[in-house]
Design a protein around this ligand. Structure first.
Ligand SMILES: Nc1ncnc2c1ncn2[C@@H]1O[C@H](COP(=O)(O)OP(=O)(O)OP(=O)(O)O)[C@@H](O)[C@H]1O
Ligand SMILES: [Mg+2]
Length: 366
């Protein structure tokens, strides 16, 4: 069992507090992804789990055992960094074997472990090469091989694919997901990449300025973001946020008047909102249809991606709006379009940035 519990972790560097009371219960064999803006504390949190950095407060518990005071090598974790940190003068075999050499593992067992890792990572025919003779993706796989041979309880990855080009990232993403299911290991993975987070994670932790904004499955975060921050962070292109004023509330939800004058009744929980309140209506670019009557948009830029036309423009009051429309949509730079939206697809955020719970949101698939 390799559950990973973070209990009330705080971290300060001098006077600057960078992590605030973080508690997370990560399950055995779970693949958890940390996302958040640069500087929000992702790497620091990972380093605290690894034991490379000491928490100012709180405990790290792995498999039910408090390892907060344990040395990194005694924690049963393995960390893979963005930079591969391979030894250039050693062969692939010796690079993978390195932690086992340090442990003075007998040769037959060492060879077996390295060969098994190489097999999983499709490096068997590369074992005698030096890192300089490998592609970026192959080098990253060697670094992962080095972490596999130690049979860790928990794998930690800090942006391991960010040095790779887009195609290779895609391949490695699939390989890592496969590796996760092959090894049945608990994995914590830091990334800036939306697609990696959405596709690889069992659950995603969204961090903002050293605090957990939300911890949930990718589709929970997409359909039920608790805050404006999460809503804008998850989903590409980003969710549109339109200023609106509450006109009234009833059993059907909240009636708002959005910038531009359109009124909509949105099926959300009305607790805590009243007529006259300022709110923001969140609409994802993929949730609008061309030719509806909810929004008038003056078009500035159209990006034709083939299958989609990503259309950027402005509403009457100057708020930016992005629509993800079909590839052949009749839109042009300098033109004007009207867009429709299903009220059930709208999100509403109060003045603090907290969501009003959606009462007619789509069912989540698991
Ligand atoms: N050793 C250190 N001394 C002082 N401040 C530090 C130290 N390490 C990190 N910090 C600060 O802690 C904050 C969080 O840094 P961290 O590296 O965890 O961010 P991150 O979320 O991983 O960012 P990125 O996405 O850019 O990698 C930053 O403000 C950073 O300046
Ligand atoms: Mg980092």
């Amino acid at each position: 069992m390799a559950t990973l519990d973070l209990c009330n972790i705080s971290k300060s560097f001098g006077a600057a507090q960078v992590l605030h009371d973080i508690s997370l219960a990560i399950e055995d064999k779970e693949f958890v992804v940390f996302v958040g803006p640069s500087g929000c504390g992702k790497s620091t949190l990972l380093r605290i789990i690894a034991g490379l950095e000491e928490a100012t407060e709180g405990q790290i518990v792995i498999g039910g055992e408090d390892v907060s005071a344990a040395h990194p090598v005694d924690r049963g974790i393995s960390m893979v960094f963005q930079s591969y940190a391979l030894y250039p003068h050693l062969s692939v075999f010796e690079n993978i074997a390195f932690p086992l050499r340090v442990q003075k593992m007998p040769m037959p067992e060492l060879t077996e472990r390295v060969q098994k890792a190489a097999d999983i990572l499709q490096l068997t025919d590369k074992l005698q090469l030096k890192p300089g003779q490998l592609s970026g993706g192959q080098r990253q796989r060697v670094a992962i091989g080095r972490s596999i041979v130690r049979n860790p309880k928990v794998f930690l990855f800090d942006e391991p694919l960010s040095n790779l080009d887009a195609a290779l990232r895609g391949d490695m993403r699939v390989e890592l997901s496969q590796l996760h299911s092959d090894l049945d290991a608990t994995m914590v993975y830091v990334t800036h990449d939306q697609v990696e987070a959405m596709t690889m994670a069992d659950r995603i932790v969204v961090l903002n300025a050293g605090k957990v904004e939300q911890f949930g499955t990718p589709l929970e975060l997409y359909h039920h973001p608790k805050t404006k921050f999460v809503a804008s962070f998850i989903g590409q292109p980003n969710m549109n946020l339109i200023p609106a004023t509450v006109q009234g509330t009833d059993g059907n939800g909240v009636t708002v008047e959005m910038e531009g004058g359109t009124r909509l009744t949105l099926p959300v929980d009305t607790t805590g909102v009243a007529k006259g309140d300022s709110v923001e209506v969140g609409i994802r670019p993929e949730n609008v249809t061309l030719g509806g009557a909810a929004l008038d948009v003056a078009v500035n830029v159209v990006e034709r991606l083939g299958g989609l036309s990503i259309t950027y423009g402005k509403l009457a009051g100057g708020t930016r709006f992005c629509a993800s429309l079909p590839g052949n949509a009749a839109v042009a730079q300098g033109g004007a379009i009207t867009l429709g939206v299903d009220p059930a697809d709208c999100h509403v955020f109060d003045a603090r940035g907290d969501v009003l719970r959606r009462t007619a949101a789509p069912e989540l698939v698991s």
